[in-house]
Design a binder for this molecule. Structure first.
Ligand SMILES: Nc1ncnc2c1ncn2[C@@H]1O[C@H](COP(=O)(O)OP(=O)(O)OP(=O)(O)O)[C@@H](O)[C@H]1O
Ligand code: SF4
Ligand SMILES: [Mg+2]
Length: 333
């Protein structure tokens, strides 16, 4: 979805490092991307490429040893990195909601669901407890919790994993956020339940016209759910484009390798592939293009950082040799 006007979220040149005994982990190394109002965006890339750290940096919920070194996180025109903790609490409660991989870690096991929803709802929506309970029940119904009116008084352990994730989606959306960050929201669930929870997320995103950052390893999910994709590698965004373009005309060697490694995609194309080499360690990352030790197109120039180029309208690629690659159909990863 190409949109005019200012994006809802604009992450600009973000650098986030972790300070560890073995050295400085350069987890985010100049990450830039945006999300428009009402737009579902996919954030993809292998394990350790900085997807979760990006979400944590936006919301300023980094682990203690993590620090944002430079950059901007513009949300509704405000740079969140200039906000104090009180202001950020307001943003986290009211404007940006996040759901995590494991629903149990986000729910308090010794509190009833009602009590875990009502306080935040009444605080952020300015309603009394009675009204907040009504809203909680309505939201639970909307995400498919049966008998929500009585179940709202149950404890988390009285629900299945899939139901707990639905509850968290209900809680996140009860605050009517403008941006939802979902970090691997279905990975911890049974395969049969994953599709149902994704349906709910998709449905809610559309119904509430939410901006959404869907962080996932699963490119199939990205194809079905998002309109635009930002491909991460080694703490940088290497390709950004509409979801259709990323699947039909990927122009970064890493995006192509990633696509060629999806089982469902391979069946269609009749090819099998894995990406050679390993994900880089970010303490001493490869110089220049961080993909160069694994890239079959690498030349000397790849030891310098490739600039991000807009090679077509709203299609951005960071690769020195994008213009020398053949059509994606000819690829032999
Ligand atoms: N607290 C921490 N201390 C040191 N390094 C960290 C810490 N948290 C994350 N990292 C490092 O930051 C990098 C990015 O991690 P991140 O969790 O964002 O990866 P990810 O893309 O979310 O991976 P996954 O798909 O496995 O969730 C990794 O190299 C990781 O080891
Ligand atoms: S810049 Fe070089 S190493 Fe990096 S992806 Fe492009 S061709 Fe490969
Ligand atoms: Mg992660």
């Amino acid at each position: 979805m190409v949109q005019n006007g200012k994006p809802l979220l604009e992450v600009k040149n973000l650098y986030t490092y972790f300070f560890t005994e073995s050295g400085i982990v350069q987890a985010l190394d100049g990450v830039s991307f945006d999300v428009h109002r009402g737009e579902p965006v996919g954030i993809v890339g292998e394990s350790g490429c900085g997807k979760s750290v990006t979400a944590q940096s936006i919301l300023q919920i980094l682990p203690r040893n993590g620090k944002i070194i430079a950059g901007e996180v513009n949300f509704r025109g405000y740079d969140l990195l200039k906000f104090n903790e009180k202001q950020m609490n307001h943003v986290r409660g009211k404007y940006i909601s996040m759901i995590f991989q494991d629903p149990m870690t986000s729910l308090n096991p010794v509190m009833r669901i009602r009590d875990q929803m009502v306080d935040v709802i009444s605080m952020h929506r300015g309603v009394d407890e009675f009204e907040a309970t009504e809203i909680a029940i309505k939201m639970l119904e909307a995400v498919g919790i049966p008998e929500a009116e009585s179940r709202v008084y149950n404890y988390p352990h009285e629900f299945s994993g899939g139901m707990r994730q639905r509850i968290l989606i209900a809680r996140a959306l009860a605050l009517r956020p403008e941006l939802l960050i979902a970090d691997e929201p279905t990975t911890a669930l049974d395969v049969t339940i994953q599709a149902q929870v994704l349906d709910i997320i998709r449905n809610m995103q559309q119904r509430h016209n939410l901006g959404m950052m869907l962080i996932t390893h699963n490119l199939g999910v990205v194809a079905e759910t998002t309109k635009r994709v930002h491909v991460f590698y080694g703490g940088r965004v290497v390709e950004s484009a509409s979801t259709r373009t990323v699947f039909k005309h990927p122009m970064h060697p890493y995006t192509r390798a990633l696509l060629a490694s999806i089982p469902s995609f391979l069946q269609k194309k009749g090819k099998l592939a894995t990406i050679p080499g390993v994900v880089p360690r970010l303490i001493n990352p490869p110089k220049g293009c961080r993909f160069h030790p694994r890239c079959r197109y690498a030349t000397d120039i790849c030891k310098t950082r490739p600039p991000v180029v807009e090679i077509d309208k709203d299609h951005f690629v960071a690769c020195h040799h994008y213009d020398k690659l053949g059509e994606w159909e000819d690829e032999e990863y």
